[in-house]
Design a protein. Structure first.
Length: 175
């Protein structure tokens, strides 16, 4: 008979997304990157795997891989315009995007890829993101998030909470 700890570990293992350069999730992200480069043009600073994927806390129930799209601020355009501009661009390319809180989700070869357009904040080391729910830009430091969660030693517990949240249909922010 399984102990509680063994059962919890088996559930996390079932839904955990392995963060590896050769993984199917990584390859799915690689498929959309050329299109993102076309969209971002001269404003594109870089594209980085980020979020839960980089933190080793991604679960297949929500998103397989997060892709941070770092942009220079576009003249006369707020972050909201960049977010919806990318959404429209992806729609025009028949990718059927889905707007989430701060990302745009695509399904590529059965994997959920979250694109996170962000402007580098000139006044700090952080990023400006558009929060669809609030309808405004929010400032955060995604690199710091990856560092703190990645070094917390709590990835298994974070995955378990994410699995519970998704399977229970609960609506609360990402961890």
């Amino acid at each position: 008979m399984l102990t509680t700890e063994q059962y919890a570990a088996s559930i996390v293992e079932k839904y955990h997304v392995v963060a590896d350069a050769g993984s199917a999730s990584h390859r799915a992200a690689d498929k959309v990157i050329p299109l993102v480069k076309q969209w971002g043009k001269q404003y594109l600073l870089g594209i980085t795997l980020s979020g839960a994927y980089a933190q080793n806390t991604a679960v297949s129930l929500s998103s397989d891989v997060d892709v941070l799209i770092a942009l220079n601020p576009v003249p006369n355009m707020e972050m909201k315009g960049s977010f919806w501009g990318l959404f429209e661009y992806l729609t025009d390319h028949d990718l059927r995007p889905h707007a989430r809180n701060v990302s745009i989700q695509l399904e590529i070869k059965g994997h959920k890829v979250d694109l996170i357009p962000a402007c580098r904040d000139r006044e700090s080391s952080g990023n400006g993101l558009f929060n669809k729910r609030a309808g405004t830009a929010v400032h955060t430091d995604l690199a710091q998030h990856v560092h703190l969660v990645g070094n917390s030693g709590r990835q298994q517990e974070i995955c378990a909470v994410k699995i519970w949240r998704e399977r229970s249909g609960l609506d609360f922010p990402s961890l």
